[in-house]
Design a protein around this ligand. Structure first.
Ligand SMILES: Cc1cc2nc3c(=O)[nH]c(=O)nc-3n(C[C@H](O)[C@H](O)[C@H](O)COP(=O)(O)O)c2cc1C
Length: 176
């Protein structure tokens, strides 16, 4: 142990790493602050599907691309694997209910919600902080998740600068 002016007491040597059991890894993941989106699409019958995701990544500018990760066991898995288009709507702090609703399996996530449809028919949150409409690109295996990538074909954003952040298992607000 030694004393550092900035960090106080600091243990010397290799920090002890814990084995990656699920609870410990989950705890570690929860300490990574992330924005929250809802990812939406429609299937061939015109039925809307969606899920809450914190695994949104602004992936590429040329071409413009995003990625999100979807759990292999999600009910909406097939719809997203078959989708030609999908959209990601970035949530505001006021969207707590939307985040919880789209994270709840087996309910009608779209009932009574203020949703618009893009020209391609994808439901999007009308008052999202930002919205990305994508043509589905490649899917990759990612452990118990599937990595979905999409090429952005349409984007819009509100002028506001307050976003929802998921951190330490709770929803928070960040102002830019
Ligand atoms: C803050 C938050 C972030 C989440 N992020 C993801 C994610 O990135 N990928 C995912 O597959 N599920 C994520 N989930 C869980 C899904 O939203 C939830 O399991 C959803 O109901 C899955 O879709 P289903 O109803 O079709 O099964 C998240 C849930 C919350 C509350």
């Amino acid at each position: 142990m030694y004393h550092d002016q900035q960090f106080g007491s600091v243990a010397e040597g290799t920090p002890e790493m814990l084995p990656p059991d699920e609870a410990t890894v989950k705890q570690g993941f929860s300490l990574f602050p992330s924005g929250v989106v809802i990812v939406t699409t429609v299937d061939r019958e015109g039925v809307a599907h969606g899920f809450t995701a914190s695994t949104f990544v602004p992936l590429s500018l040329d071409p413009p691309m995003i990625l999100v990760c979807l759990h292999q066991k999600a009910q909406c898995r097939e719809a997203f694997l078959e989708a030609e288009f999908f959209a990601a709507s970035v949530l505001r702090p006021s969207h707590n209910d939307v985040a919880i609703r789209f994270a709840t399996s087996g309910i009608d996530k779209f009932a009574g919600l203020k949703l618009g449809r893009t020209a391609k028919g994808i439901p999007v949150l009308e008052d999202a902080l930002a919205t990305f409409e994508c043509r589905a690109a490649h899917n990759y295996p990612g452990g118990d998740h599937i990595i979905l990538t999409g090429v952005i074909e349409g984007v819009r954003h509100a002028g506001e600068r307050e976003a929802m952040v998921h951190f330490a298992r709770g929803f928070h607000q960040v102002r830019g």
